[in-house]
Write a protein that binds this ligand. Structure first.
Ligand code: SIN
Ligand code: MN
Length: 251
């Protein structure tokens, strides 16, 4: 694998998709329990996301063996890393299953007090992701352009606004069209075991699926260990992990 070419694409486009990298991925069932926090669709019963399994023993045993993630995080973030956030997102047919177009870094800047975007999102596909399954869509290159209004956005923290279809920091249809016309829109479809890397300032979102309990993707957000917040986040540890012990990668 040409890591240099991948990193170049990541820098320029804000994302890179590497199909079928992992031959073994954690099982979703194994991630349930051990402190993981479920989020539900608007009906309050259909599972939408599972957050905060960074201490799950099956998950930690898996991640410590992932040399490719070790190499990529080292190349992109340049030092030891820990997991700021872990989650699996599931897609369902109902309207509340959407993720409006947004960037991720504003959440961590405004609510968790991180001044710098020294973060990296690594998305591991736990299922095949095909067109119509609520595939994540990205606006290539949007990680480098910001609207004036984004600099002054002040908003109150809410758990609901951090993980639901009623998402804070999202873009209006008009704003999305502006970016889409300028940069295009890409679908990140790929088989189970694929890896998508994306910059937390990249604009991304997703629609509903034609099936319930489909398109499970595991989003791992790495932060550089030296990137410290300037205050204490009001958010729970499953949204903002305060244990910054570096990942102990195995050789
Ligand atoms: C996210 O933006 O955190 C999730 C998007 C998705 O699961 O489609
Ligand atoms: Mn996001």
């Amino acid at each position: 694998m040409d890591i240099e070419a991948l990193i170049k694409k990541y820098d320029e486009q804000g994302y890179v998709l590497i199909p079928e990298v992992f031959c073994d991925v954690p099982s979703f069932i194994d991630l349930l329990g051990e402190g993981a926090e479920p989020f539900f669709e608007q009906d309050q019963s259909t599972l939408r996301s599972l957050y905060g399994f960074h201490n799950n023993s099956q998950f930690t045993a898996w991640i410590e063996k992932q040399r490719l993630l070790c190499e990529i995080t080292q190349r992109i973030l340049g030092e030891h890393v820990y997991l700021h956030q872990t989650k699996v997102n599931i897609k369902n047919q109902q309207e509340s299953s959407v993720w409006p177009f947004h960037r991720d870094f504003p959440f961590w800047k405004v609510f968790d007090y991180f001044p710098e975007n020294c973060f990296l999102n690594a998305v591991v596909y736990l299922d095949d992701v095909h067109e119509g399954s609520g595939e994540l869509e990205v606006i290539p290159g949007s990680h480098r352009e910001f609207l004036d209004r984004e600099a002054n956005e002040v908003t109150d923290y809410s758990l609901e606004g951090s993980a639901s279809s009623d998402l804070l920091f999202s873009f209006s249809e008009e704003e999305k069209s502006y970016f889409q016309q300028k940069y295009g829109l890409e679908k990140t479809t790929g088989p189970k075991g694929s890896l998508l890397l994306f910059d937390p300032n990249l604009i991304h979102g997703s629609g509903v699926s034609c099936l319930d309990f489909s398109r499970k993707i595991m989003i791992l957000t790495f932060n550089a260990c030296s990137n410290l917040p300037s205050g204490d986040s009001p958010r729970p540890a499953y949204l903002c992990n305060t244990d910054r012990t570096p990942i102990a990668w195995k050789n």
